[in-house]
Design a protein around this ligand. Sequence first.
Ligand SMILES: [Fe+2]
Length: 231
Amino acid sequence: MRLCCVAGVSDTGHTGLEVIQLEVGLLQNFCEVIGCPSTGEAALVDPAFEVDRLLEIVRAKGWTVTTILLTHTHDDHVAGLDEAFAETGAVVRCHPVELAVAGQFASKVEPVGDGEDVAIGRGRMRAIWAPGHTPGCVCWYGPETEALITGDVLFVGSCGGVNYEGSDPAAMLDTLQRKLGSLPEQTRLYPGHDYGKTPTSTLMWEFGNNPALLADTLSSFCTYKRVPVPG
Ligand SMILES: [Fe+2]
């Protein structure tokens, strides 16, 4: 279990959130518990496996889960969503195209728009629509927390696959270069899987070292991912 706590306060009055990363299951998945130290409101991200361990952290902190944030609905990111929802009753937030699948696991699912801030106590996590791995991928960015939760979009030292149903290499390239590339370089990356040399890193390190980001044309990106260059 790893902690990141940033106590920044923005001119909007939002404060930094505490991010706790936990590796779960047999597929090197990372889940996060995000909490507001002031109010005790908390969110779970991609509750996939070992939900009891996530809720144990919540209990130990004295927090209350009010929100569940999804990066996308591939099985290995939502396998524990039904249990997490049953235990917390928290509202699930995901991209509109992921609503139908998420709704199979929870009865309170609400869409989130690109750039929309989701409040967690006095803090917030901003939805960044990040298509490419799937059409409805969302990265969750905390402006004051300086944290970015990327699911299967960006890993430490690599990126998610673009050969799934609905994958789009050109959209992935745009997501990586334009959308994630516009965020502050000190932002800490929390990937959806422990596939790198370290569990987390910074965007500065990734843009200097990650071959998925160094391949900044569609041709070089597709060569790196070993997929055909689209049309
Ligand atoms: Fe995935």
